[in-house]
Write a protein that binds this ligand. Structure first.
Ligand SMILES: Cc1cc2nc3c(=O)[nH]c(=O)nc-3n(C[C@H](O)[C@H](O)[C@H](O)COP(=O)(O)O)c2cc1C
Length: 328
């Protein structure tokens, strides 16, 4: 049996397979099952910045209406007072920390560096081993420049770093005009990991009802390609861990992301499609492959197919299908 232990964002993982943020990481029961099946770490379902702000605003309004809100109240604001979503999330973290032995990473879906960032400290105090910031600003605002959009990611990181000392991961999209330099620059802000990439709600429309509907909520194995290319390009060139996300559905995809240079690999859709048993299945494939190749540790092969390491790095730069079907 090979040694699958790995270090991801400063956390010791028994193996590099992580359950990414999804409906499978929103309750203690499901988290326990993920651990029983062998997962190396879990990222909890995201709290949305809007949820945090909404609950804060509701509580402030209530306090104000009861003549309880003095300017200094903000400084002594106890998040335990905010009920429902936030306290349930805090409870999930502390329960998970009591019941599980694997790292528990909290997740916040954010689009700004506004007041919500204070709440990050509550996640740390509840026992979260790390925080994943699922940050995305759709570059669809015609009045905003690319510099303004990119600056927002740096501002979010800076603001959250003021409040927590646990490791921070940034889960991103590939909608950046200069992706490689931006990822590198973000990795140098002191964050501990980049997660490449998130997958988003994508609208299409139904031609019968003429209504906008979500499409392809779950990924398929071919969706691995974008993440695989960028893990391979960024491996060895960033100042933090890399986690691969999107389109990893089986043991082969898992191994490919590791040889591309991922320190950890996140999965969601494959659990939805194949059930919890896909986890031991993927770990077995990795174990068998490592035995066959006579690898004893992950570090012996991690990044061996990255752009920095392979003999023909241009393979990762090729983008046009020059002669692909010309013989047909
Ligand atoms: C039903 C569902 C809910 C999700 N919820 C979140 C979420 O709250 N926060 C987040 O960062 N990602 C969320 N994701 C995205 C996943 O974490 C993951 O990045 C994405 O599904 C791509 O990985 P996959 O191909 O392994 O599914 C969700 C995905 C699914 C399918």
């Amino acid at each position: 049996m090979a040694d699958l232990t790995t270090n991801y964002m400063g956390l010791e993982l028994k193996n590099p397979l992580i359950a990414s943020s999804s409906g499978f990481t929103d309750s203690l029961e499901k988290l326990k099952t993920l651990e029983e099946k062998g997962i190396g770490a879990v990222v909890l379902k995201s709290l949305f910045e809007e949820e945090i702000m909404h609950e804060m605003e509701e509580t402030f309004t209530k306090m104000k209406s009861e003549n309880f809100l003095y300017p200094e109240t903000h400084n002594y604001f106890e998040y335990e007072d905010i009920e429902d979503t936030l306290s349930q999330y805090i409870k999930l973290i502390s329960d998970a920390k009591k019941e599980l032995s694997i790292p528990v990473i909290a997740s916040v879906n954010c689009i700004s560096n506004q007041k919500w960032t204070h709440f990050a400290k509550e996640l740390e105090d509840a026992g979260a081993d790390g925080i994943e910031l699922n940050a995305f600003i759709l570059p669809s605002d015609f009045t905003r420049t690319s510099e303004e959009n990119e600056k927002m990611y740096f501002d979010i990181v800076k603001e959250v770093q003021k409040h927590v000392s646990i490791p921070i991961a940034l889960k991103l999209s590939y909608y950046f005009s200069s992706l490689a330099p931006t990822l590198k620059e973000l990795s140098e802000t002191g964050i501990n990991a980049l997660v490449l990439f998130n997958r988003f709600y994508s609208p299409v429309f139904n031609l019968k009802t003429m209504k906008v509907t979500p499409s392809h909520v779950l990924s398929s194995p071919s969706d691995i390609a974008i993440s695989l290319r960028w893990i391979a390009i960024m491996s060895g060139r960033v100042n933090c861990s890399l986690a691969a996300s999107t389109g990893v559905h089986d043991g082969q995809g898992f191994i490919k992301q590791l040889v591309a240079g991922a320190d950890a690999v996140q999965i969601s859709s494959t659990i939805y499609k194949n059930g919890y048993d896909v986890i031991p299945g993927m770990l077995n494939v990795l174990n068998e492959w490592m035995d066959e190749q006579e690898y004893e540790t992950i570090n012996e092969f991690k990044g061996s197919m990255s752009q920095k390491e392979i003999k023909s790095p241009a393979a990762y730069e090729r983008v046009q299908f020059m002669k692909y079907f010309s013989e047909k």
